[in-house]
Structures are given as structure tokens and as C-alpha cells.
Design a binder for this molecule. Structure first.
Ligand SMILES: C[S@@+](CC[C@H](N)C(=O)[O-])C[C@H]1O[C@@H](n2cnc3c(N)ncnc32)[C@H](O)[C@@H]1O
Length: 176
């Protein structure tokens, strides 16, 4: 409980425009969307990663920061959370919409075969969430990417630490 209060304080004091959810051992948001608050649900992240960049420990469906805080929300390679389970996907979208400012964007980077972020799952979740969201969500693009060409020497990792090579990026416009 004490930790949650401390996290909330940190989140609300943050002055950057962007947030990364499920950042794991990486710092993608800080490198490519500065200034970015890095978050992850794993409270043991400090022992899992040799280099821990996480600013705030929280789940993507319960972000302890105030409404209208960020312009961009980023999710890279979600695993065991995300858009596979429709009700969880809706909760995540509701929470992201809440923390985004009036005109925001969601960036999802992953692989087409990852059921937690496959474009059809994301699209279905947006449709299912429509009546519950206080914003209009429009998929701006689903782009095939070569992660090495696009992001150079940045290394994306599985939860177990192996390097992975995302093959697509979804960009969603959020208008409140
Ligand atoms: C496959 S790793 C990806 C890490 C990093 N984004 C990357 O691409 O290198 C998935 C991460 O999601 C985190 N995670 C799992 N469930 C989560 C949830 N409900 N909310 C936020 N993060 C979660 C895990 O702790 C893990 O660090």
C-alpha cells in the first residue's frame, strides 16, 4: 500500500509527455519517445534486469497517474497481458485513454504472431470498447517493420531475456 502511494506521487510529478507500459528491462520509450515514463507490472524487475530503467511499477490496466497526463502511450512486445483476452484489452484501452491528453496516440510494437498484440485482436478490442470509451480511437496504420533498420542497435527482449525482433507497428490516434 505504501509502495502504491509512493508510485502515485512519482507518476503525477513526472513532467514528460510519453509513457511506456510493460517496458521490461528495456528503455525503448526513453530512447525513441523522450521524455518518457517507463513502467512495468513486475515488482521484481530490479532483480530480473541487470540494468533497470523502470520509473514506476504498475500494470497497464491500472496506471497510478492522473487523467490527461501524456501524449503517447507505448507498448512493446506485450506478453501475458494485452489484447488476447477481450475484457483485459478493453480495460487497458480505457486506462490508456484516461491517462492520454485530448489528442493522443497509442504505439504498439510487436510481432504479427503475438496474440497479445496481433492487429486483428487490437482492432476487435477497439470495436468492442467503443461504447465504453470516452474517446474516438482510429487505427492510423499497421506497418510491417524491420526492427533493426527502424530501431538500430536497440534490443527488444522476451520476459526471459532473449532478444526478439518485432515485425510490425500499430499506431492508433486517440481523440477525446
Ligand atoms: C516480453 S516482455 C517485453 C519487454 C519490453 N517491452 C521489450 O519489448 O523488450 C513483457 C513485459 O511485460 C510486463 N508485463 C506483464 N504483464 C503486464 C501488465 N499487466 N502490465 C504491464 N506490464 C506487464 C512483464 O513484466 C515484461 O517485462
Amino acid at each position: 500500500m505504501q509502495k502504491q502511494k509512493a508510485s502515485k506521487k512519482l507518476g503525477n510529478a513526472f513532467k514528460g509527455d510519453n509513457i511506456e507500459l510493460g517496458a521490461g528491462c528495456g528503455n525503448f520509450g526513453q530512447r525513441f519517445y523522450p521524455v518518457c515514463l517507463l513502467t512495468d507490472a513486475d515488482e521484481g524487475i530490479g532483480t530480473r534486469c541487470s540494468n533497470n530503467h523502470i520509473d514506476l511499477c504498475c500494470s497497464a490496466n491500472e496506471i497510478p497517474v492522473g487523467d490527461d497526463s501524456f501524449r503517447v502511450a507505448i507498448i512493446c512486445n506485450p506478453w501475458q497481458y494485452g489484447f488476447n483476452d477481450p475484457s483485459e484489452g478493453i480495460q487497458i484501452l480505457e486506462e490508456i485513454v484516461r491517462v492520454l491528453k485530448g489528442r493522443g496516440r497509442i504505439i504498439i510494437i510487436g510481432s504479427l504472431t503475438n496474440k497479445y498484440c496481433a492487429p486483428e485482436k487490437v482492432s476487435k478490442t477497439i470495436d468492442a470498447a467503443k461504447s465504453r470509451l470516452s474517446a474516438q480511437l482510429t487505427i492510423r496504420c499497421v506497418k510491417a517493420i524491420d526492427s533493426k533498420k527502424e530501431y538500430g542497435d536497440y534490443i527488444f527482449r522476451t520476459s526471459g531475456g532473449d532478444e526478439i525482433f518485432p515485425s510490425m507497428r500499430i499506431e492508433i490516434d486517440v481523440t477525446k
